[in-house]
Design a protein around this ligand. Structure first.
Ligand code: 7MF
Ligand code: ZN
Length: 880
């Protein structure tokens, strides 16, 4: 914990390391009261560094130094300086061996960075700067070394000892102890180091690579989780095959291991050969995991596996380049998920996340470019901008180059930079060199923060048959960045005739056959496109498949939206038209008198949807979801949360009343068909059915209540059981809600992942999750402040998903959050800083909310001993 103002780190001040490490030899002695870490570094001066007399600088954090020696001779006082956050040796030769012994206390490590204990086992998390909590080291990603790791521990308590690479030695020691030695032949930055020691069961499988090598696949989990590994193991094999087929990337070690731990700050981590997962992101069974959880697990397993190339073999030069590995890897995992399921549905999910949460980040006080120029605490920059917008930027390169050239570019990138630590610019250059395309202006996507706004206006001239589209782009100011340059935006569109048929897009002066869809490349502030040969005024279908992460403004009429909703051949835009229509209807009711009527054509549109037997069920399920409150708030100027909540509830109620019979038919028509299956069709059926049930319970339908209780009792899978529970919890049937919650807890109280679901269903419900009930959840015996998943499932869910309760006009929700942030900051600053996010957008809200959000932030600011993590978020949020 720090009290001084933390320093800002700038990209412009990047310097190559003065010293390189070729080899790291580690020996861990693990005990119950601490761990001794012996480290031997083989170091040499970096020939590329200009500083020929630089001192040796090693990062450290919360370490007790026991000894330092250089080439075998212990260093005395005066020959080194232990600065607490660093070990400095002022004078060192050109090449040398440095031995450092440190003592650490994993059992007391509540930050969950570095080496710590989780339900009795030792595990590590080193990204971004956790390795310095284990031993003194040049903890920066451009220092890459080969690691050899010997782990010693009590054999009965810790029979399994794991680290990166291949096992090369093991044996017995005195006092019932044993050791295993691991060697990782690939040079890597310290953030990819991992160690696990525990009493774990091993799940075995194998994979034969494209070149015929046999890889041992292993999962290590606590014995109670032995039955929850199959899905992740299969997902791993699918990922390995896919990366060979689509990117030509083969796995490189002889063994690949996955470990599940309960206490983990993030989703998972791509440590070389030893991926570590948050239990909730890898363990699953039909009875305990929802369809959404299965899909998330498949995506995360793939994501971590794909990092083996995009992140590990080619890594980041510095943390400003984080999106180099994360944006590319998210793009790769989203391509994979699209290939495994429905591409349109995956695109809708990605665009929803981006438009709801990343656009909000980009419009808030923490806005930053995909390649930031500065930071205080790097953990705060694992953001939706780095991940999701970064992935969109890679996707645009993919779409501009085409599949084949993109693959050529990625091959060149991996070949050119294998074993190196590089920059986003190196990535773009490989794409340019392979394809011959100039991405000069495109690079602005990495440098400029803020979501571009693309405003479209049109006119049609009947006499000449010309349709003129005027397209303007502008990029809003963000903290520290004003007066931005226009960006290179691929803008996909089509034009529809009144009969719903696509019209040819023939630009003035063009000859030859005109395409039915095209991608306009915007590069200037304003463009005017003239399409000729049109015998009627077309309806434009804009930004098809969400071809760029921008906001599109166009004065759609409700007729046009209804038309696109049923006729657009682009599935994404059909969905989008429905969303825009629903947004328009809800917005027109915000703050309106109760007597104001809901647009009746919306009911008709949803009725046709429900009756459309041609429509892909998965797309239908998505189209039936109303825009979320969070999205409606993001779209508002000065959000009045209570009014938005009320308007949305009214529309939902109106739709459910008007469609009561159709919803009932939808529920009955999508009953389960035999055994539980995880096919896209079966998932869509469950989703439709549970949506229908939720809507019917929302209006207090008695018949639906009986169906919900029946489904809750009889379900053979968690998707249906939780679907029924959620519908009951969000209904006004208070007694049934309480009974179901009790029965659910009783049944699953010994399964932490399900208990987390149980917490979050309550915390995110405006019926079951008002503040007094949230406080009760915090006092529940299953709640645990030391477990990030529990904190997220109560406090995080309340602030992010229960918006009406969190934004209680009396300010109690904000005060509550401030209180929990302060409490957590002492034990786990990373989680505390993430919890602050909902308060940071205070400027977005109507004055009554805004003022109280700001004072909650000020209360956090005034806490004594604020961590650097929370300091940065709070101070940036309050700045002018
Ligand atoms: C899929 O990126 C997409 C994003 C860092 C930790 C995992 O592999 C990671 C790690 C954070 C936020 C999101 C993700 C990860 C982290 C993630 C996981 C799966 N390198 Br923080
Ligand atoms: Zn990642």
């Amino acid at each position: 914990m720090r009290t001084n103002q933390p320093q800002t780190i700038y990209l412009s001040e990047y310097k190559v390391p003065a010293y390189l490490v070729d080899q790291v030899d580690l020996r861990f002695e693990l005990f119950e009261d601490g761990a001794r870490v012996h480290s031997t570094l083989t170091v040499r001066r970096n020939p590329d560094s200009a500083e020929s007399a630089a001192p040796l600088f090693l990062h450290g954090d919360s370490l007790q130094l026991e000894s330092v020696s250089l080439n075998g001779s212990p260093l005395g006082t005066g020959e080194f300086e232990d600065r607490g956050d660093a070990l400095v040796v002022p004078s060192v030769p050109e090449e040398f061996e440095l031995q450092v012994v440190t003592w650490i206390e994993p059992q007391n490590n509540t930050r969950l960075e570095g080496l710590y204990k989780s339900s009795g086992m030792f595990c590590t998390q080193c990204e971004a700067e956790g390795f310095r909590c284990i031993t003194f080291y040049p903890d920066r990603p451009d220092v890459m070394a080969c690691f050899r790791t010997r782990i010693e521990a009590d054999k009965s308590a810790y029979p399994v000892l794991l680290s990166n690479g291949n096992p090369v030695d093991n044996g017995e020691l005195e006092n019932g102890r044993h050791f295993v030695t691991w060697e990782d032949p690939f040079p890597k930055p310290a953030y990819l180091f991992a160690l696990v020691a525990g009493d774990l069961v091993e799940k075995k499988d194998t994979f034969t690579t494209c070149s015929g090598r046999n890889i041992d696949l292993r999962m290590y989990v606590e014995p109670r989780n032995a039955k929850k590994c199959d899905f992740a193991m299969d997902a791993l094999k699918r990922s390995m095959r896919w990366d060979e087929d689509v990117y030509g990337r083969e796995y490189d070690l002889d063994i690949f291991m996955i470990v599940a731990v309960d206490d983990f700050n993030m989703g998972a981590m791509e440590n070389k050969g030893l991926n570590i997962f948050n239990s909730s992101c890898v363990l699953a069974s039909q009875e305990t995991a929802t369809d959404a959880a299965f899909q998330r697990i498949e995506a995360i397993v793939a994501h971590e596996y794909f990092h083996n190339w995009s992140g590990n073999r080619v890594t980041c030069r510095d943390w400003f380049q984080l999106s180099l590995k994360e944006g590319f890897t998210v793009f790769r995992d989203s391509q994979f998920s699209a290939d495994m399921g429905s591409p349109t549905v995956k695109r809708i999910e990605d665009a929803t996340l981006l438009r709801t949460a990343q656009f909000a980040e980009d419009a808030g006080p923490m806005a930053h470019p995909v390649r930031p120029a500065s930071y205080m605490e790097i953990s705060n920059f694992y953001t939706l901008t780095i991940y999701e917008k970064g992935a969109e930027v890679v996707r645009m390169i993919h779409n501009l180059l085409g599949d084949e050239m993109f693959r050529k570019g990625s091959d060149l990138y991996f070949q050119r930079h294998d074993g190196q630590a590089v920059t986003t610019d190196d990535f773009v250059r490989a794409m340019e060199d392979a394809s011959g395309r100039d991405l000069g202006q495109f690079r602005l996507w990495y440098e400029q923060a803020g979501t571009p706004v693309v405003s479209v206006s049109d006119e049609y001239d009947e006499s000449s048959g010309i349709y003129r589209l005027t397209v303007r782009q502008s990029i809003p100011d963000t903290p520290g960045q004003t007066g931005k340059k226009p960006q290179h935006i691929p803008f996909a569109l089509g034009l529809l005739g009144a009969d719903g048929q696509p019209l040819p897009l023939k630009l003035s002066g063009e000859s030859g056959e005109a395409p039915l869809e095209r991608v306009l490349e915007l590069s200037q502030e304003e463009h005017c496109f003239e399409f000729e040969g049109l015998s009627e005024r077309p309806v434009p279908s804009l930004l098809r498949d969400f071809s760029a992460p921008v906001r599109v403004h166009y004065p759609w009429t409700r007729e046009q939206l209804l038309f696109l909703m049923s006729h657009d051949p682009d599935g994404f835009n059909r969905w989008d038209a429905g969303q825009r229509l629903a947004v328009d209807v809800i917005q027109s009711l915000v703050g309106a008198p109760e007597s104001a009527g809901v647009e009746p054509r919306l009911v008709d549109a949803y009725r046709s949807l429900l009756q459309d037997s041609e429509l892909d069920q998965a797309l239908m399920a998505k189209m039936l979801q109303l825009p979320s409150e969070a999205y409606l708030i993001e779209l508002a100027e000065q959000a009045d949360v209570a009014a938005i909540h009320q308007a949305r509830e009214n529309v939902l109620g109106y739709l459910a009343e008007g469609l009561r019979d159709e919803l009932m038919a939808c529920y009955r028509g999508n009953a389960g068909q035999g055994d539980y299956q995880l096919t896209p069709e079966a998932i869509a059926r469950r989703s439709l059915r549970n949506t229908a049930l939720g809507w019917l319970l929302h209006i207090g339908d008695q018949e639906a209540l009986a169906l919900a209780k029946e489904q809750f009792r009889g379900a053979d899978n968690m998707t249906d059981r939780l679907g029924a529970l959620r519908a009951l919890v969000n209904s006004d049937f208070a007694e049934d809600r309480t009974q179901a919650l009790e029965a659910f807890y009783k049944r699953f109280s010994d399964d932490p992942q399900v208990v987390e679901l149980w917490f979050s269903v309550q915390a995110s419900s405006d019926r079951a999750g008002q503040l007094p009930q949230i406080r009760q959840l915090l006092d529940h015996p299953a709640f645990d402040w030391k477990n990030p998943n529990k904190v997220r499932s109560v406090v995080g869910a309340f602030a992010a998903q229960n918006l009406a309760a969190f934004h209680n006009p009396d300010g109690s929700g904000y005060e509550f959050l401030a209180e929990q942030v302060c409490r957590l900051d002492d034990s786990n600053p990373q989680i505390a800083a993430r919890l602050v996010a909902p308060l940071t957008r205070w400027r977005k809200f109507a004055p009554g909310y805004s003022k109280q959000m700001k004072s909650a932030l000020e209360r956090i600011r005034d806490k004594a001993e604020l961590s650097r993590d929370v300091y940065e978020v709070v101070h940036k949020s309050l700045a002018d």
